[in-house]
Write a protein that binds this ligand. Structure first.
Ligand SMILES: *Cc1c(COP(=O)(O)O)cnc(C)c1O
Ligand SMILES: [Zn+2]
Length: 453
């Protein structure tokens, strides 16, 4: 039992608060409706004072987190809330909105690793989650905080976001689970049925506007000005608190050993900032003694972070992102640029890019070893291949690729690949079904041709 050193949960919120990432003085309650620094406009981050957390030593934290994995005890069976003291300790049990997200499988990609020349290759399958992407990890936190705000008499009546994909799916699901109205802003005619159907099914108010994504973003920011509708887009730092548990979870799954590399597909740069924030906390509390090297993988069609890396982060590059198969990372002006730059610099990290052809080939290759990769995971795998060829990642390095979404959300991409209809892609691994007459001789001849040659 740890009761002798059991720290009180920080229910009065004195040691966990929003602060400005640019260093302006001031603490803001995480239960206030505030997204950016009132002095300078920079992003906020949730800061956890370290002293109260040091009441447990590293081995006690490990033991505590290990003991909660896979239980049904509310809310600790969630991969996020199993680490609640490091996430939002001020949340009471009845305000947690959770579908026991997290605790996703980290598996040894033995055959793919052999083929690529890095046998110690691991895939963290974040898409094996409630709505099929890692966005669930952030939304459980954001919607829980909103529920507690509403219970405490806040004027918030609904949550809203502009999105065409995974963010809106996660927001709609968690809001529906909590019984909180969700408003989703989509660009009319620019989203597929698959992207539309999750929020529609979850009963969200889905508003299709005659504009593009940036136009939706402008409108949602206007609509959320008056504090009755809470903005769930990526400038909201609460999501980072949930997403940072992925990195901690990876290290826990390796029995608290640090891998050499973690490769992650990036767009708005929230997720890589979150990984780094989790590792920083682990370092400060003595759970790990070195950082993994982080690799940010971008689509060449939407590569502002790669361009910034190339200029040594001397200046932030922004651009109009072009269409890419990896549509969840089609972002030209990433919100979490400053946080992510720090993550790369401080972990001796790298930013690399992949073309449409490279990402599609890497995804199809991985599928041939039993996976069903989304295009974003294809970007990360293509980047892995490049870094291996260049000798940056060595063949005996322990390497993790973060798979950010489930491939089943992206069947158009798979179908297009195997029908060889994707633009700028040569479908070298295409494996279309063959149409045969219903005759045993024809079937036998075909099998013979395929297996016995
Ligand atoms: C959101 C998302 C990303 C990018 O994460 P950022 O935090 O925006 O960098 C990557 N892959 C998938 C599948 C996503 O949904
Ligand atoms: Zn500031």
């Amino acid at each position: 039992m740890l009761s002798a050193v059991e720290p009180k949960l920080d229910t009065d919120n004195q040691t966990v608060y929003f602060r400005c990432i640019a260093g302006c003085p001031g603490k803001h309650s995480i239960f206030d409706v505030i997204y950016t620094c009132p002095s300078c406009g920079s992003l906020l981050e949730v800061h956890h004072e370290r002293e109260p957390l040091k009441k447990r030593d590293a081995s006690q934290w490990k033991q505590l987190f290990d003991s909660r994995v896979g239980t049904t005890q509310w809310p600790h069976g969630s991969g996020v809330w199993g680490m609640r003291e490091w996430v939002v300790p001020a949340l009471t049990d009845d305000n947690v909105v959770s579908m026991f997200e997290g605790n996703t499988n980290l598996f040894w990609a033995e055959r793919l690793g052999q083929q690529l020349g890095v046998p110690d290759l691991w895939i963290k399958l974040c898409g094996n989650s409630h709505t099929g992407s890692f966005k669930d990890l952030g939304m459980t936190v954001l919607v829980s905080v909103v529920k507690q705000m509403m219970a405490q008499g806040s004027p918030v009546k609904a949550v809203a976001c502009a999105s065409t994909g995974d963010t809106s799916a996660a927001l709609a699901a968690y809001a529906a689970y909590a019984g909180i109205p969700a408003i989703i802003f989509l660009p009319a005619g620019k989203v597929s049925t698959a992207q539309l159907i999750q929020p529609v099914a979850n009963g969200a108010h889905v508003l299709a506007l005659d504009t593009d994504f940036d136009g939706c973003m402008k409108i949602v920011q206007e609509v959320t000005q008056d504090n009755s509708i809470y903005l769930a887009n990526s400038m909201n730092s609460l999501r980072i608190e949930g997403q940072k548990t992925v990195g901690i979870e990876i290290i826990r799954q390796f029995e608290w050993e640090v891998p050499d590399w973690i490769i992650i597909p990036v767009g708005n740069l929230g997720n890589i900032s979150a990984l780094y924030k989790g590792f920083q906390l682990m370092m400060d509390l003595g759970l790990i003694s070195r950082m993994p090297r982080l690799v940010a993988a971008q689509a060449a069609k939407a590569n502002p972070f790669y361009e910034s890396f190339k200029n040594g982060f001397k200046e932030k590059v922004s651009m109009t992102a072009q269409q890419t198969l990896a549509n969840a990372i089609r972002i030209g002006d990433p919100v979490s640029y400053a946080k992510a730059t720090k993550a790369i610099v401080e972990t001796d990290g790298i930013v690399e890019q992949a073309t449409e052809n490279e990402l599609a080939a890497a995804a199809a290759h991985a599928d041939l070893t039993g996976m069903f990769t989304c295009p974003h995971t294809g970007v990360a795998l293509a980047v892995l291949t490049k870094l291996l060829k260049r000798g940056v990642i060595k063949s005996d390095d322990k390497t993790v690729v973060i798979s950010t979404a489930h491939g089943l959300k992206f069947t158009d991409f798979k179908v297009g690949y195997h029908e060889s209809t994707l633009e700028e892609v040569t479908s070298q691994y295409a494996n279309p079904a063959v149409h045969l007459p219903a005759r045993v001789d024809a079937v036998k001849a075909e099998i013979e041709k395929r297996l016995m040659h």
